[in-house]
Design a protein around this ligand. Structure first.
Ligand SMILES: Cc1cc2nc3c(=O)[nH]c(=O)nc-3n(C[C@H](O)[C@H](O)[C@H](O)COP(=O)(O)OP(=O)(O)OC[C@H]3O[C@@H](n4cnc5c(N)ncnc54)[C@H](O)[C@@H]3O)c2cc1C
Length: 112
């Protein structure tokens, strides 16, 4: 399972996405615990934190075309449905960390 886990996330890394949090990263635990609802505090293979819309697009394309990995997309993280904004045995695309997506409608970013 560990090898499979790494393969999914490494594929994203090799595609050029720099910010990926793995379970052994302290920030990974912070992201899990930051969900408002316990039902969404799931543990994905990794959190991918795209820095702009191109990386969001790239992450989705890579996951769909190069893996068979399930994935979830987190925006604000308010939804309490398990599997909606976080996922087990999959990858979570996390839109809400250092890079601030002002709104989903504008889906552009401010990265500092
Ligand atoms: C305390 C509280 C109060 C609330 N009050 C209200 C209210 O007054 N009115 C109301 O209408 N709702 C309310 N809600 C519900 C909340 O608006 C919904 O749960 C909404 O989905 C949360 O949006 P989010 O940005 O947190 O998305 P998330 O929880 O991060 O994601 C929700 C879903 O949207 C998908 N998603 C996320 N980002 C994208 C994207 N960029 N593109 C495509 N899909 C995406 C995710 O995959 C997931 O399926 C409330 C929720 C809470 C916890």
């Amino acid at each position: 399972m560990e090898k499979l886990t790494l393969a999914q996330c490494r594929t994203l890394q090799e595609a050029g996405i720099k910010r990926i949090l793995y379970p052994n990263d302290p920030e990974y635990s912070e992201r899990v615990q930051s969900y408002w609802s316990l039902t969404s505090q799931l543990t994905p293979y990794c959190f991918v934190q795209p820095k702009n819309t191109e990386e969001v697009s790239m992450a989705v394309k890579v996951l769909v075309s190069q893996t068979q990995c399930k994935f979830a997309i987190r925006s604000g993280g308010h939804s309490s449905n398990a599997g909606a904004n976080n996922i087990e045995e999959g990858v979570t695309i996390d839109l809400g960390n250092k890079c601030v997506f002002k709104t989903i409608a504008y889906a552009d970013y401010m990265c500092v």
